[in-house]
Design a binder for this molecule. Structure first.
Ligand code: RIB
Length: 296
């Protein structure tokens, strides 16, 4: 059972379903509304836990109803919330417009923006026991950098899902074991052209797994040769959280090697889009195994 520490955001997702995305200045009728647990950090924690990993979340919520609900959800999923502490600001929220299975998201970080390097230091014991440390960029950059430094000092693999996209410093890039961007995030992270992705992957063998939506995932093997893992074909209901499922699964299965970990994470991400909500479709280990048996 992999021990995974997730440093990241916890949001309540406010999901509006529409037939088309609204244009600037336009008012539309929606066809549905729901709230569901989200946040890239919490999503990745839940994805890894459902697949059998022992997960500890390091994050912040507000002293409000959403915060209590989000923490309770994590506990129900078997995630250790000892290091999910209370902030002055309100729990983070994400406003998600869902249209035909696609989405547009606005995040208001709130409590997530108070996750500090001191919070990382307080979680020193779980860093020491971790097999993988996993982070995203919905919490402050200096906190992520601090977590990466601590992971390096302990010789632990540090995975960074660089979302939302920002340019990454050389220091942070050097501390990352595996970067998991999509094509746009890769270009922004490395300050390069989107078309240059294949060269960037080849330049960093085994260090970048680039997600390509339903096309699958690409990375370079240790010889610098490009490997493409095709996506699994499913009927998409809601793509929210597919990338998070991929990241959580990758951490859970990392001990199997990049090839097998990516194959399983790809399958988990495919399954995740077949049900509504960021966490709603994330598979359990048994569901993933059953799915993979039908695919081979
Ligand atoms: O990756 C999907 C997530 O992004 C949503 O759950 C939302 O909270 C935003 O953080």
């Amino acid at each position: 059972m992999a021990r995974v520490v997730v440093v990241g955001s916890i949001n309540m997702d406010m999901v509006v379903v529409t037939n088309t995305f609204p244009r600037l200045g336009e008012t539309l009728f929606g066809t549905g509304f729901s709230t569901s647990p989200g946040g890239k950090g919490a999503n990745q924690a839940v994805a890894a836990a459902r697949l059998g990993a022992q997960v500890t979340m390091v994050g912040r919520v507000g002293a409000d109803a959403f915060g209590a609900e989000m923490k309770a959800t994590l506990v129900r999923e078997g995630v250790d919330v000892r290091y999910v502490t209370t902030a002055r600001q309100a729990t983070g929220i994400a406003s998600i417009t869902l249209t035909g299975g696609d989405n547009a998201i606005v995040v208001v970080p709130g409590a997530n923006s108070e996750l500090s390097p001191e919070d990382i230091d307080r979680a020193a014991d779980v860093f020491e026991q971790a097999d993988v440390v996993l982070a995203q960029l919905e919490v402050p950059y200096e906190t992520v950098l601090h977590a990466a430094r601590r992971a390096r000092a302990l010789n632990k693999p540090f995975f960074l899902n660089p979302a939302p996209a920002v340019s990454l410093s050389d220091e942070l890039l050097d501390l990352v074991t595996l970067l998991t961007p999509n094509q746009h995030e890769l270009a922004t992270a490395l300050q390069t052209r989107e078309e240059a992705w294949a060269d960037e992957l080849a330049r960093r063998p085994g260090q970048i797994a680039m997600t390509r939506g339903k096309e699958g995932v690409s990375y370079a093997d240790m010889d610098g040769k490009l490997v493409h893992k095709a996506g699994f074909k499913v009927d998409a209901v809601d793509t929210t959280g597919a990338g998070d499922t991929f990241n959580g699964a990758l951490a859970a299965f990392w001990s199997l090697g990049i090839d097998e970990a990516v194959r399983r994470a790809n399958a988990a991400a495919a399954l995740s889009v077949t049900r509504a909500g960021a966490q709603g479709g994330m598979p359990t280990l048994a569901e993933l195994d059953t799915f993979l048996e039908t695919q081979s």
